[in-house]
Design a protein around this ligand. Structure first.
Ligand SMILES: [Zn+2]
Length: 255
């Protein structure tokens, strides 16, 4: 190898080295949150949208049991999508995929949980590009199966670890882990959630969050209170942070 070839090789390494590409991409990220809500609570989400539109909020709604929705509910989903929210996939029957596959096999899982969901969503003019695992139940085999059909998969993470160990920051992978924000959770702690935003602001990160039914005040499990959302959104507004849909997260990875 002569000196010119060597120089070119070194230059190429500098230009295309993955760590450098990654570092540049992270630097370009505007800090923010990727907020999602799961299951079937269309009326509640629609109401929340009336209230939080003033923040310019954007969320990803992960729908399960799509075949049970009325025409009115489908129309509401289209209106949410038209305003920039993402309508995404959360399973036809909402089952634990890993367990279902170990008992019934991959094809049975696809036929029971994935294919009919995609069919009915497409029949209603929704073309989901991201998927959230029911109960966060996933493994590497299921990930690779579903990456054939979706650009991004969302699992879950819980607890309030020291922030360097928090798994719910987007890290350039299209497998992301959402941190729950429902009020009934043992790990619910508004101060901790705000500390995640503070860290994200300082380190150009995106916090991945998920809830379920949006409510003015919680009375049961799986409910996200308006005051939680308002606290997050006020902080974001004050610190110039932005909302990302999950599909937008998946596009960051291909930049
Ligand atoms: Zn669910």
């Amino acid at each position: 190898m002569n000196i010119t070839t060597l120089l070119i090789a070194v230059l190429m390494m500098l230009v295309v080295h993955p760590d450098r590409v990654h570092a540049q991409r992270v630097l370009q990220l505007q800090p923010g949150i990727a907020l999602s809500f799961d299951d079937t609570h269309i009326h509640d989400w629609y109401e929340a949208n009336e209230i939080f539109r003033e923040y310019g909020w954007k969320a990803t709604f992960y729908l399960s049991r799509f075949h049970r929705f009325s025409d009115d509910e489908i129309a509401m989903l289209h209106r949410l999508q038209d305003e920039g929210h993402e309508i995404a996939a959360h399973g036809y029957h909402h089952i634990r995929g890993v367990e279902y596959i170990s008992e019934n096999g991959i094809q049975a899982y696809l036929d029971y949980e994935i294919n009919p969901m995609m069919d009915i969503m497409e029949q209603n003019n929704f073309f989901p590009t991201t998927f959230a695992y029911p109960y966060g139940n996933r493994d590497a085999q299921l990930d690779s199966l579903l990456f054939d059909r979706f650009r991004l998969l969302r699992g879950t993470t819980s607890g309030n670890p020291e922030i360097e160990y928090f798994r719910g920051f987007y890290n350039g992978s299209n497998l992301v882990f959402g941190r729950g924000i429902d009020s009934h959770r043992d790990d619910f702690d508004m101060a901790y959630l705000l500390s995640l935003l503070e860290y994200a602001k300082e380190h150009n990160k995106i916090v991945v969050l998920f809830g379920h039914k949006t409510v003015p005040m919680f009375t049961d499990r799986n409910q996200t209170e308006y005051r939680t959302l308002r606290a997050l959104f006020d902080y974001m507004k004050e610190h110039d942070m932005r909302f990302y849909t999950m599909d937008e997260l998946s596009s960051l990875n291909s930049m």
